[in-house]
Structures are given as C-alpha cells and as structure tokens.
Design a protein around this ligand. Structure first.
Ligand code: GLP
Length: 229
C-alpha cells in the first residue's frame, strides 16, 4: 500500500485526476467508480481535464434501494450530475435500486462484475470504515449484496437529504471480494472524520469490524489523504 499525504486539497485532487490519466495511459479500460462528497472535487478536476472515457466502461460501487433513479440523491443521479453528463463512458452500469427484487439485482450485478475485470477502482471511506456500503461485520468474501445501512451511515448521509427519515434503509453494494478483484485501487480519505478509519487501515489489524482493512491484502493500493497518520 502506498500512502500519499497531500495537505493541499487542490493538489490532492489533481493527483487523483492524474492517477486516472496514468491508469488510462497504462491501458485501463474498465473503471470502478464511487460516490460521496469526497468525490465531487475529484470529478470536477476530471471534467475540467482532457480525459476521455468514450472508449471505457464504468461500474459503480453501490446504489440505494428504493430511491427512484430520478431522485437527486440516487447514485445514478449523482454520477450523471458530477461526471457522466460531462465525461460519458461507452457504457456505465450501476446497480438498479428500483429493481422489484433487490437480492436478484445484486446477484445479477455480481455476475456482470465477474464477467469483467476492473482495471481501476476508486474508493472513498465511511466514518465507520465502510467501503462501498460494506458495513462493519461484512465478511471479506462477500459478493455484491443487499445491505441494511447502519444508523451511523444514515446519519452521515442525511446531510444530502431534507431529513434522516428520507435516507433509504437499504442499499445494493459491490462486495468486498468484488472490490478486491480490481487490479488497482485508489482510496481517497479527506478530513478529520476519516482519521480513525484511516488509522485502522494503515496501522490496525485486519478485521471485518473495519471493512477498509480488507485492502491491506491487496497488492496495488494508493491512498490519497490530507491527514498525517
Ligand atoms: C457513502 C458511499 C461510500 C462513500 C462514503 C463516504 O456511504 N456509499 O462509497 O465512500 O459515503 O462519503 P463522503 O465522501 O461523503 O464522506
């Protein structure tokens, strides 16, 4: 794992954008993408760059269950607003949060992931150490699945909704095993709230209580952070 501490956020996000460029130059075609406030300045940098994804494919980490795709806070809306409208991929796939049978949708999404190779996976990190929506306690060998969101995650994400009551209670997320199959992982952790989770990744023991620690086993992880750990 390579830790890059960059205290200037503009420089940190420029570096993030450059990692996408490097990956593309090295032949990456399939990108795993992430949502969350952390990614907004990164996607701004990418949109302002000359990066072209028109021959690439993307898969997103996760999607809320039961939120209409047209809802402003659905992850498909987020991705269109912050990236896809400006930088379209040849094909972009997210779990369908409106599927009648969410479990069947999760299984179908896993099939799609198994049929491809993610050359590059972008990750944020939850305050409780979750990646995608893999909450503490999720086995590291879990495939894409339906998850009941923890109260702390719903509280953390309530800032995007009018009230916590509007935050969905379930999501479909790529599993940790699906994430770990990516050839390269770039994780971005910004702000004091992420310190405990990042410390666990860098200095802690591998434990399902802090899902991000699963990355300790991966051969090609770059962590970009403004935190001195
Ligand atoms: C959500 C997403 C995660 C993301 C996390 C952190 O829970 N499912 O993929 O990493 O939020 O979000 P933020 O960047 O807003 O702190």
């Amino acid at each position: 794992m390579k830790l890059e501490v960059i205290s200037n956020l503009d420089e940190l996000y420029t570096r993030g954008m450059e990692l996408f460029k490097e990956a593309k130059e090295n032949g990456a075609k399939t990108f795993g993408l992430a949502t969350g406030g952390t990614m907004i300045p990164l996607y701004e940098k990418i949109c302002a760059s000359d990066l072209d994804f028109s021959t690439c494919e993307s898969f997103n980490l996760d999607e809320y269950v039961g939120l209409p795709a047209t809802h402003t806070e659905s992850y498909v809306s987020f991705m269109k607003k912050h990236l896809f409208n400006q930088k379209p991929f040849a094909k972009s796939t997210l779990p369908n949060g409106e599927a009648k049978d969410a479990k069947a949708e999760a299984a179908a999404y896993e099939q799609k992931l198994q049929a491809t190779t993610l050359d590059f996976q972008l990750l944020g990190i939850g305050v409780n150490g979750h990646i995608g929506f893999n909450e503490p306690g999720t086995p590291f060998d879990a495939p894409t699945h339906v998850v009941t969101l923890t109260e702390s995650t719903r509280e953390a994400n309530a800032r995007f909704f009018h009230s916590i009551n509007e935050v969905p209670t379930e999501a479909i997320t790529m599993g940790i095993s699906s994430i770990l199959r990516a050839k390269q992982i770039v994780l971005i952790a910004v702000g004091e709230k992420k310190r405990a989770a990042l410390e666990a990744l860098i200095h802690g023991e591998k434990t399902i209580d802090v899902p991000v620690t699963a990355l300790q086993d991966h051969a090609n992880v770059i962590v970009l952070t403004d935190l001195t750990i």
